[in-house]
Design a protein around this ligand. Structure first.
Ligand SMILES: Nc1nc2c(c(=O)[nH]1)N[C@H]1C(S)=C(S)[C@@H](COP(=O)(O)OP(=O)(O)OC[C@H]3O[C@@H](n4cnc5c(=O)[nH]c(N)nc54)[C@H](O)[C@@H]3O)O[C@H]1N2
Ligand SMILES: Nc1nc2c(c(=O)[nH]1)N[C@H]1C(S)=C(S)[C@@H](COP(=O)(O)OP(=O)(O)OC[C@H]3O[C@@H](n4cnc5c(=O)[nH]c(N)nc54)[C@H](O)[C@@H]3O)O[C@H]1N2
Ligand SMILES: [Mo]
Length: 772
């Protein structure tokens, strides 16, 4: 059997397993913070840098998109934010000498972990056709290489411009402006793999594809439902907010196949009581749902509320502000309890406990993340969350609303700035009016479609503003083959990753400044801006000297790229934008709604909040002018006999494809990532015991199979039939065509697999002699 899944860890991957933890943070979190940050950047630099994280005069944490409150702590960051900062502010460097010593063929055999550990890239690097070594090139030459390849295309639609979610508002605005002046809407982004399903569902039902709650709403609400999210690892500062909500009287319900430690008990590292004591129990009710069962759960809850009648329903709100209630009501009342049990694994009595909490609550917030968005029926699932909230009038009043918790620190802002392959006409009209060129109107390629276009040869140049496209995308083997067919691949990056090693015929790495670094231009010191998960926009100023004198900021890279590619054809005064970012913000203020007076407003400490019609005035800019109930048929994954459903998720020691370490502390896993979490009876049914090794084989409906080899079996409290393993090692198993309806997001939380026992670990998972 060909064992071709890439990027095995040549480092020792020998998992050691202990029982999962029941609480998160506390002293161990501080210990890990200091250790990780100190290793990468020394204790003094670590301390000075970390004290600037998320302060009003500091920089926005490059970790997650959770908002900061108005009253900031001295240490307004978390263990995982500190790891993200340390990764960027590291003192290790990847210089031209490094590339001379390591041919691409060598780098392609290294793990993502090893690549990331090498440090910050210091100079623009070029891989010529047929060459095996990247060589340093001057910036001007790098831009002329891109210009040559773009100019040689038959159509601008043969180029793809990807964005990851750390890019600032200013850089994102310029980047989409460049792509559109060039003539394409091919602007896929990490959102396509992330919260696209939320955007699709919310735009259709509420008219705005963003969350409707502010931080304060969490402190005013009576009930918070956290579904499909693991904040203890991925949004640790959210736990402080949940603790505060709890102290103000809120109840918390979590809906998850896994009992995630952070939601059980939280020991706040910012308070003495949290450090010393046993912490706060956050969870009032844990519904251990089967993968993909959430739509059925919320539909069933809707049925119970309808049957309860007036006590559960806000009839005035429904009559005045919603559309489609009768159809929804008929569908919900027809809910079949046997089907609900099959889909959710929950009994009616469990759902009635949730109903009781809902009936006691005057206001409800629902938070969610990838557990809801990465399923085939993710969009109808999130619409069902909206149905539930509409029944109780829980949109557009204090303490109530939808709270999709975003991932990357500026992923929401990038979309606001026009990074979108399907831009609304009004946005393009505003762009046309401001700049005087006609932007393309045809929709562009999202992530999955871009991979197909590269595979089929209809896209030839791939340009990435950040991210690690090859490792983050589904169907790794297909994606890598597609990438290798490109004429040119270009990555604007801070650190080395696998996407630099799986390249087109020619490749460029353009090294850039990170959030933590000072950005000086001809017009003086500059700052950038970001938008958090709750629509708050604020400034971000780095304080460290750049990792290398050769780095350019992301806005500067786009400006120089545009000048090299478009030259005299351009009607945009590109050079001004590089000198002084205020000139970019002036343009944004005239193109993007909610940004008027941008330069003044963003200079106020703490920034400003973007308008949100449903939240602010209960007005709904939808097709019907009302909030829409929807009544789609209930769906859930059907898994053939003897097969399991696999979710691919994050460990505590990673930031997406950036691996910080090999532990997943809260889940009790140490020193290894090739593990598969299984219900003990599922393991036994496959002839496997805890500690055995198995290959994971994904079975797709077209008969194709995909394999990831050598995973250690871990007995885990997950529902029967539901397995879990880490991303990105398992991306090789996610079929490219397995996506969510409407949003086209890879369904990476529901992959049908079978287990094949192996007598040994995968070659890469064995302790290997590594040259370092
Ligand atoms: N430290 C750290 N922080 C991060 C990231 C990181 O990698 N590391 N990534 C950032 C990004 S880009 C994002 S998008 C977010 C991701 O944040 P999360 O969405 O929390 O990330 P995942 O690890 O994918 O966790 C998915 C959670 O949903 C649950 N789940 C899976 N399937 C289902 C389901 O069908 N139903 C329900 N109810 N639950 C389900 C899983 O058990 C798990 O608890 O975090 C951001 N923050
Ligand atoms: N199977 C599976 N696949 C998934 C997911 C899953 O849950 N399961 N989650 C999906 C999700 S939610 C997301 S968001 C995507 C993430 O997809 P991406 O955003 O593409 O991936 P990241 O790993 O976040 O990108 C890390 C790289 O970004 C670069 N970088 C870091 N900081 C900066 C910066 O300031 N500027 C620039 N230019 N570059 C920088 C570094 O070179 C680093 O190696 O993955 C998706 N893929
Ligand atoms: Mo994400």
């Amino acid at each position: 059997m060909a064992k071709k899944s890439p990027a095995h860890d040549p480092v020792q991957d020998a998992p050691h397993v202990t029982p999962p933890k029941h609480s998160a943070a506390g002293l161990p979190a501080i210990g890990h913070t200091v250790k990780v940050a100190g290793q990468q950047m020394g204790v003094r630099r670590a301390t000075l840098t970390l004290l600037k994280v998320n302060q009003k005069d500091g920089f926005d944490c490059p970790g997650c998109a959770w908002p900061e409150g108005d009253k900031r702590h001295v240490a307004e960051f978390c263990e995982n934010g500190a790891k993200a900062v340390a990764e960027e502010a590291t003192l290790r460097r990847v210089t031209p000498d490094f590339f001379a010593a390591h041919p691409v063929s060598d780098l392609a055999r290294r793990s993502g972990y090893w690549l990331g550990q090498q440090g910050r890239i210091t100079q623009p690097m070029y891989l010529a056709e047929g060459a095996d070594h990247y060589e340093a090139v001057p910036w001007e030459r790098a831009f002329s290489i891109v210009a040559d390849e773009l100019t040689a295309l038959d159509s601008p639609d043969e180029a793809v411009f990807y964005t990851s979610g750390r890019t600032s508002n200013e850089a994102a605005f310029l980047y989409q402006l460049f792509a559109r002046e060039l003539g394409t809407n091919n602007l896929p982004d990490c959102s396509n793999m992330c919260h696209e399903s939320s955007g699709s569902a919310l735009t259709e039902t509420l008219g705005v594809g963003k969350g409707s709650v502010l931080l304060d709403d969490l402190y005013k609400t009576d009930l918070i439902i956290v579904a499909g999210q693991n904040p203890g690892t991925n949004h640790p500062r959210m736990l402080s907010a949940l603790e505060k909500a709890k102290q103000a009287g809120a109840k918390i319900v979590t809906v998850n196949p896994l009992p995630e430690a952070g939601l059980e008990r939280f020991r706040n590292p910012q308070t003495a009581a949290g450090l010393a004591g046993t912490g706060t129990v956050l969870n009032d009710l844990f519904l251990q749902i089967r993968l993909g069962g959430d739509q059925a759960l919320f539909r069933a809850l809707g049925r119970l509320m309808l049957e309860t009648g007036d006590r559960a329903l806000d009839r005035d709100f429904i009559a005045e502000h919603t559309h489609g209630f009768a159809e929804y009501e008929a569908a919900a009342l027809a809910t079949d309890w046997d089907e609900v049990e099959r889909a959710t694994g929950l009994r009616r009595a469990d759902i009635e406990k949730l109903l009781a909490l809902v009936l006691d609550a005057k206001s409800v917030v629902v938070c969610w993340a990838m557990g809801l968005t990465q399923h085939k029926h993710a969009v109808p699932t999130i619409r069902e969350v909206v149905n539930f909230l509409l029944l109780g009038g829980n949109i557009g009043r204090p303490g109530a609303g939808v709270c999709p918790v975003r991932g990357h620190s500026n992923v929401q802002g990038d979309r606001t700035m026009g990074i979108f392959e399907r831009p609304p006409a009004a946005f393009l009209d505003a762009l046309e009016k401001e700049f005087g060129f006609a932007p393309p109107r045809e929709h562009g390629l999202d992530v999955v479609r871009a991979i197909r276009a590269l595979r089929d040869g209809t896209a030839k140049v791939f340009f990435a503003m950040g991210g690690n496209f090859v490792s983050a995308s589904p169907d790794t083997d297909v994606t890598e083959a597609a990438m290798r067919k490109a004429r040119l691949t270009v990555h604007v990056s801070t650190k080395l990753n696998r996407s630099h090693t799986v390249t087109g015929a020619r490749a460029l790495i353009l090294p850039t400044l990170g959030r933590t670094e000072k950005d000086r231009q001809a017009g003086g010191p500059q700052f950038v801006t970001v938008e958090d998960s709750m629509g708050m926009v604020h400034a971000s100023r780095g304080g460290l000297d750049p990792a290398s004198p050769h780095l350019l900021s992301e806005p500067a890279i786009v400006v120089r790229l545009a000048r090299a590619v478009l030259g005299d054809r351009s009607v945009v005064p590109w050079a001004d934008f590089e000198r002084d970012y205020d000139t970019i913000r002036d343009r944004i203020s005239r193109v993007v709604p909610g940004f008027d007076d941008f330069n003044a407003k963003v200079r106020r400490p703490g920034g400003f909040t973007l308008p949100h019609a449903p939240r602010d005035s209960r007005s709904f800019p939808t097709a019907t002018g009302k909030a829409n109930f929807t009544a789609a048929a209930v769906e859930y994954p059907h898994v053939p006999e003897g097969r399991l459903l696999l979710q691919t998720l994050r460990s505590h020691d990673q930031y997406n494809t950036t691996i910080y370490g090999l532990d997943d502390r809260y889940r009790g896993i140490k020193n290894g990532r090739r593990v598969v979490l299984l219900h003990p009876e599922d393991a036994a049914a496959n002839g496997l015991a805890d500690g055995d090794y198995a290959d994971l084989v994904s079975e797709w409906k077209d008969g194709t199979e995909r394999r990831a080899d050598g995973f250690r079996v871990v007995h885990y409290p997950t529902p029967r039939g539901c397995a879990a393993a880490y991303y990105p090692e398992t991306n090789v198993l996610v079929p490219l065509d397995h996506t969510a309806d409407t949003s086209n997001t890879p369904a990476s939380k529901s992959v049908v697999i079978r287990l094949e026992r192996t007598s040994e670990q995968a070659p890469g998972a064995r302790p290997a002699p590594t040259v370092r």
